[in-house]
Ligand binder design. Structure first.
Ligand SMILES: Nc1ncnc2c1ncn2[C@@H]1O[C@H](COP(=O)(O)OP(=O)(O)OP(=O)(O)O)[C@@H](O)[C@H]1O
Ligand SMILES: O=C(O)[C@H](O)COP(=O)(O)O
Length: 403
């Protein structure tokens, strides 16, 4: 079903109107330094269009996974500063989410002004399972933009979440897909409609419980499924191997065993691992075979033999989707696996394959390792969101825009 877009809203006219924009500013941080501004840069076309049209722009976004209460570690202050630079105008940061400061600032906006609300996940109603609670937060957001307000959904990375600022608020305001959401859907549709085979998906990262379910639906659709990163250890454990103190989803070992039985010919796991004695940049490390992870050590990267094998299986692919770094690339000692996988995918792009990298940290990995964006056909802002889209799942934040 077609959805209304930003272009439709601009044609209706937004001058002097309050427009609530949901962006995904969940950017990787080193302290308060943004290590990859990709998601901020991707939000600029929508924001600039609204500013130029004279809207009073109020942005809501999340950062990390705070526990439903204010936590300075997860403040959007670094984002407000970077956004001000990129937009060339002052972006005010409200001191709260929908409280008295946000309300006062919203009331003081003039045409073309931009207000960023503090991390929406500081309010427990945002991620509540209780619809009435989410709705009450959505209503408070609506109050900020006023009766003739509109909602623009532009945080593609979060459209798989049924949350107040993504889903419930769209039911209360005239709603439109922003430029980023529209562009992402257009590219990802190429991976679902008529995908060129062989089709490979490369998974890694740390959101293991979130993404194991994805494998169940993707495995029958792909020709190759390469698994590295924190994701790999539950599979290694399912093969009966000891994984030391590596990231492990114990309650999913049975699921992984079943997946290996059914899709063993498609799934490729690391055969060697770089293990560390602690989760630190300067940890002691050694490379061991996957079946020889010592007790008390944790796997923080895939080893060189795994990179070689993964490179070989990916080399013939015509389509590749990659989400989740193969190791803790933020620490130089554990970045080689991710670099190797990135280079293998880049080589297939050069050979004419259609390649997509998705996810906040995956895109950051590519950039911090120094690979140009042009090494990939598309760098998506969505990790979990892209994966669920590829699975063919209904994404609440997209579905609600159809109504
Ligand atoms: N073996 C490992 N153990 C622990 N953490 C790991 C391991 N391998 C990778 N990681 C971490 O995974 C994190 C990224 O995982 P994540 O699943 O969030 O990916 P993403 O690309 O950001 O996707 P999304 O957009 O869905 O969040 C990185 O910070 C990286 O350090
Ligand atoms: O980084 C992401 O994938 C999105 O910002 C969603 O974050 P979440 O997984 O914490 O909901």
């Amino acid at each position: 079903m077609p959805v209304a877009t930003l272009k439709d809203l601009l044609e209706e006219g937004v001058s002097g109107r309050g427009v609530l924009v949901r962006s995904d500013f969940n950017v990787p941080l080193d302290g308060s330094t943004i290590t990859d501004p990709g998601r901020i840069l991707a939000s600029l076309p929508t924001l600039n269009a609204l500013i130029d049209a004279g809207a009073k722009v109020i942005i809501t976004a999340h950062l990390g996974r705070p526990k439903g209460e204010p936590d300075p570690k997860f403040s959007l202050a670094p984002v407000a500063a970077r956004l001000s630079e990129e937009l060339g105008r002052n972006v005010q940061l409200a001191g709260d989410v929908v409280g008295s400061d946000a309300l006062a600032r919203a009331e003081g906006l003039t045409d073309g002004d931009v207000l960023l609300l503090e991390n929406i996940r500081f309010d427990p109603r945002e991620t509540s399972k209780d619809e009435a609670e989410r709705e009450s937060l959505a209503k408070a957001l609506v109050e900020l933009v006023g009766d003739d307000g509109a909602f623009v959904s532009d945080g593609f990375g979060v459209v798989h979440r049924k949350q107040a600022s993504v889903y419930d608020v769209a039911k209360l305001l005239p709603h439109y897909a922003g430029n980023l959401v529209a562009a992402e859907v257009e590219v990802l549709a190429k991976l679902t409609d008529e995908v060129e085979r062989p089709y490979a998906v490369v998974l890694g990262g740390s959101k293991v419980s979130d993404k194991l379910g994805v494998i169940e639906s993707l495995a029958p659709k792909v020709d190759t499924l390469v698994i590295g990163g924190g994701m790999a250890f539950t599979f290694l454990a399912a093969q009966g191997l000891s994984v030391g103190t590596s990231l492990l989803q114990e309650d999913q070992i049975g699921v992984c065993k079943d997946l290996l039985e059914r899709f063993g010919d498609v799934i490729h796991l690391p055969v060697d691992v770089v293990v560390a004695d602690s989760f630190a940049a300067d940890a002691q490390s050694q490379t061991v075979a996957a079946e020889e992870i010592p007790d008390g050590w944790m796997g923080l990267d895939i080893g060189p033999e795994s990179v070689k094998r993964f490179t070989a299986v990916l080399s013939g692919a015509k389509t590749i989707f990659w989400n989740g770094p193969s190791g803790v690339f933020e620490f130089e000692k554990f970045a080689a696996g991710t670099r190797g996988v990135a280079e293998a995918i880049a080589a297939t792009t050069a050979g004419g394959a259609f390649t997509v990298v998705g996810g906040g940290d995956s895109a950051a990995a590519v950039r911090t390792l120094g690979l140009p964006d042009s090494d990939f056909s598309h760098i998506s802002t969505g990790g979990g969101a892209s994966l669920e889209y590829l699975e063919g799942k209904e994404l609440p934040g997209l579905k609600v825009l159809e109504s």
